[in-house]
Design a protein around this ligand. Structure first.
Ligand code: MUC
Ligand code: MG
Length: 385
């Protein structure tokens, strides 16, 4: 369905024309991981994501993707497709591509479904950037041209994890690593962290993420046992719902304690920080899009918190969204960003793969997100035909 463009009057009184949202398409696809990632709350063997395309009344196609994480947010590939097709698309078709806040408000009538909402938001930004020939990175703030990369290391034995870290440093120059811990005896994870530190030496940045897998007492023991490893921060070691014990843990934690899945929205961040349940935040564009991530990063800035660009185990489209956003803001550019887990996938959808040089990833230069899909790959990996 082609709609008439939305006619708006600019403050200067000129007539300006903004395209409307004509169609919202979903393309579920599946690409296996060469090396599955295992962590305390789940594991990933296949990227069963949903590509979301927002088509404007001018025929411009903006896109982004939604990665389902059932064990964290309750979304599945099928639920993302269904909520977009049945609820979200009908609620926003006909609005201007610039009506991002109105779209956000209409989607917010439905609780949950964070990655479905985020992908629509980011696809709208991509469509607008393409419409006016400008990179989204510049529309968001354009702070710097790229980010230092941090890699997430999943569960394995100490030697294997250490060898993976060494290889990534030697081949791509990555020197920041997040080690997954939790839900297994503390000493196993302590051994992994010590092996990685020993293999990389003192200059590498190491931090850990428990995905709520330990109790507060186990976490406190791990922090003591890891004192010599020199961690720069720790993330979600125990559940935020263990309200008093989490506060007890955070009050004795010698490094920033990152809220990730416990604080995906500005309201959650406010609650968790004021409750003493965290002292830093993870921002994931996969769940807050660009419009929500701006809110969280500005809130973090106002509160004086470290804000780290996290990885929802994104494929390359999602990785570019994290990169574009992270490099657009000063606060998120200060820390290495978790951008590299797409490396573990067997293939991807972009016509030109992303690359990391000297541990650094540069923002693509083209309009919108600055990337193109390879139509042959989209056709090969889509699972709905
Ligand atoms: C992380 O930082 O927790 C694991 C599950 C998920 O949703 O994100 C990842 C990484
Ligand atoms: Mg995390």
């Amino acid at each position: 369905m082609l709609l008439q463009p939305a006619t708006q009057t600019t403050p200067a009184g000129e007539r300006a024309v903004a395209p409307r949202i004509a169609e919202v398409r979903t393309v579920p696809y599946a690409i296996p991981y060469r090396k599955p990632l295992r962590f305390a709350s789940g594991s990933i063997d296949v990227a069963d994501n949903v590509l979301v395309e927002v088509v404007t009344s001018d025929g411009v196609v903006g896109f982004a993707e939604a990665p389902p994480r059932p064990y964290t947010y309750g979304e599945t590939q099928a639920s993302i497709v269904a909520v977009i097709e049945k609820i979200f698309a009908p609620a926003i078709i006909g609005l201007s591509i610039l009506d991002r806040e109105a779209v956000r408000s209409r989607l917010a009538r439905t609780v949950g479904n964070p990655t479905a909402k985020a992908a629509i938001d980011m696809a709208m930004w991509d469509a607008w950037g393409k419409t006016i020939g400008t990179p989204v990175h510049r529309l968001l703030g354009g702070f710097t041209d790229g980010l230092q990369v941090s890699h997430m290391l999943g569960f394995d034995d100490p030697d294997t994890v250490a060898a993976e870290a060494v290889e990534l440093r030697e081949t791509l120059g990555i020197s920041s690593f997040k080690i997954k811990v939790g839900r297994r005896p503390v000493h196993l994870d302590v051994d992994v962290c010590k092996a990685v530190r020993e293999a990389l030496g003192p200059d590498a940045e190491l931090y850990i993420d428990g995905n709520r897998g330990w109790t507060a007492a186990e976490s406190a023991r791990a922090l003591r046992d890891l004192e010599d490893v020199g961690l720069s921060r720790v993330e979600e070691l125990c559940p935020a719902d263990d309200v008093l014990s989490r506060r007890w843990l955070v009050s004795q934690c010698p490094v920033p304690f990152v809220a990730d899945e416990s604080a995906p929205t500005p309201a959650d961040v406010t609650r968790e920080i004021l409750a003493g349940a965290a002292t830093a935040v993870s921002i994931k564009t996969a769940r807050t899009g660009f419009s929500g991530s701006l809110r969280v990063s500005h809130l973090a800035e106002g509160l004086g918190l470290e804000a780290v660009i996290g990885n929802q185990i994104d494929a390359q489209v999602g990785t570019v969204c994290s990169l574009v956003f992270g490099a657009s803001q000063e606060i998120t550019s200060r820390s290495a960003a978790e951008l590299s887990n797409y490396l573990d996938m067997a293939d991807d959808l972009l016509d030109e793969p992303l690359f990391i040089e000297n541990g650094y990833m540069r923002v693509p230069k083209g309009p919108g997100l600055g990337i193109q899909l390879d139509p042959e790959k989209v056709a090969r990996y889509r699972v709905d035909l």
